[in-house]
Design a protein around this ligand. Structure first.
Ligand code: HEC
Ligand code: HEC
Length: 358
């Protein structure tokens, strides 16, 4: 706080305090001239005024609040707050820091986090996991220091995440863990994926067994830790509007109900032209048979699950303009324990794939 505002606060506070004290003491000592009938002689509307002492309880409360305020001046940064930090402290990271609302929040967060991690450790009951998590924390802290993520460190982090996958699988069968995971999901993820995790247009359904980025516990962990970006370029310049129409028709022909019933009969000439375009441009990501590639987040185009919609116009729009779904990263927002519980919850929703062979 700057000196000006510091003085502003201080002068106002002391002036108010003295002003009130002045009136209180003044009133106590004031004795009005009394009339013979024992009143002050003031009368209004037939009501006469006596001079009775102020009630004791009221005085005690009043002086009490004034004394209380002096105590506050000592405990908290109040008078000259730019210099006087108060004698109250809060504990952050094992150190006593002067009280500020921010420090109090940090201290509370730290305490909650300790309780949370304690609960987590109790559910997991495995010192090896605690050690792995500590190592992961260390690697991530190291990574955060780099302006650009270091590839070696990223590989080590991913290795740790893979090593934690069996724990995620175990936790996904523990009702308490899944319940906490679900609560975390409602707080952090439901906004995009829906409260039932069933997704919406552009936001994948996490309860089916169709995965953009893979449904094994380690893949789910990595998705939540690092986030994902679905990079599907716009094709209108490369293949033109006719190419877009043909490619869309071929994509529709790959899925069992041809995208949706509303699409009606497919145009076979377009399908044939589209296949050539697809084989030349799209198989790098979506695979020769259009079954997708979890390493690139490229969806399987041969099922009838659509991220953006399977009607003809939407498929054309996808190909014409491209798509770039963004799943945020949570590594430094939630911490690894919460992410493990979230991954367990997502994995417990069904549709999860077994842990990869180790
Ligand atoms: C801002 C919106 C948003 C929020 C919040 C969000 N997600 Fe996502 N999530 C996405 C999008 C978009 C994708 C798909 C990315 C893509 O297109 O490749 C995704 C993908 C995923 C996937 C991969 C699905 C697959 O098929 O491979 C998982 C798992 C997931 N999210 C879990 C979570 C969890 C757990 C949280 C909460 C911690 C969360 N998401 C919060 C938008 C969000
Ligand atoms: C660089 C890799 C890449 C190439 C090449 C590519 N795609 Fe994609 N495609 C993706 C990704 C990644 C997504 C998911 C986008 C997202 O999640 O936001 C996607 C999404 C789609 C979808 C939406 C599926 C749904 O479920 O809604 C269609 C349709 C599609 N691609 C068709 C094509 C066609 C046709 C071509 C060739 C002209 C093509 N893609 C080329 C990566 C690619």
């Amino acid at each position: 706080m700057s000196l000006f505002w510091s003085l502003w606060v201080t002068v106002l506070t002391i002036a108010c305090w003295l002003w009130i004290l002045y009136w209180l003491v003044g009133t106590l000592g004031y004795r009005p001239k009394m009339e013979d009938d024992g009143t002050t002689g003031h009368e209004y509307d037939g009501i006469q005024e006596y001079d009775k002492p102020l009630p004791k309880w009221w005085l005690i409360v009043f002086f009490g609040t004034m004394a209380w305020s002096v105590l506050y001046f000592l405990l908290y940064p109040s008078l000259l707050p730019h210099a006087w930090k108060g004698i109250t402290t809060v504990e952050i990271n094992g150190r006593q820091e002067p009280w500020t609302s921010e420090n109090e929040l940090l201290s509370d967060l730290e305490k909650n986090n300790k309780t949370f991690i304690g609960t987590f450790d109790k559910i997991v009951q495995d010192p090896a996991v605690t050690a792995k998590l500590a190592n992961l924390d260390k690697l991530q802290a190291e990574q955060r220091k780099n302006a650009e993520p270091n590839a070696d460190l990223k590989a080590q982090i991913d290795k740790e995440l893979v090593a934690l996958a069996p724990t995620v699988e175990k936790l996904s069968k523990d009702p308490q863990a899944v319940k906490i995971g679900q609560r975390l999901f409602l707080q952090n993820c439901a906004l995009c994926h829906g409260s039932q995790a069933r997704g919406a247009v552009g936001y994948p359904n996490l309860t089916d067994n169709d995965w953009l980025h893979g449904g094994t516990p380690e893949r789910i962990l990595q998705t939540i830790e690092h986030g994902r970006v679905g990079a599907m370029a716009s094709w209108k310049n490369q293949i033109g509007e006719d190419g877009v129409r043909a490619a869309a028709e071929y994509v529709l022909s790959l899925s069992p109900e041809h995208g949706s019933k509303a699409n009606g009969e497919l145009d076979n000439t377009l399908v044939t032209q589209g296949k050539a375009i697809f084989d030349a441009n799209c198989t790098v990501c979506h695979g020769k048979k259009g079954k997708g590639n979890p390493d690139l987040g490229a969806p399987n185009l041969t099922d009838n699950t659509w991220l953006f919609g399977g009607d003809r116009e939407t498929v054309r729009t996808t190909i014409r303009d491209g798509r770039a779904g963004v799943m945020p990263h949570w590594d430094n927002k939630l911490g690894n324990q919460r992410i493990m519980l979230l991954a367990s919850y997502v994995y417990s929703l069904g549709g999860g794939q077994p842990v990869a062979a180790k």
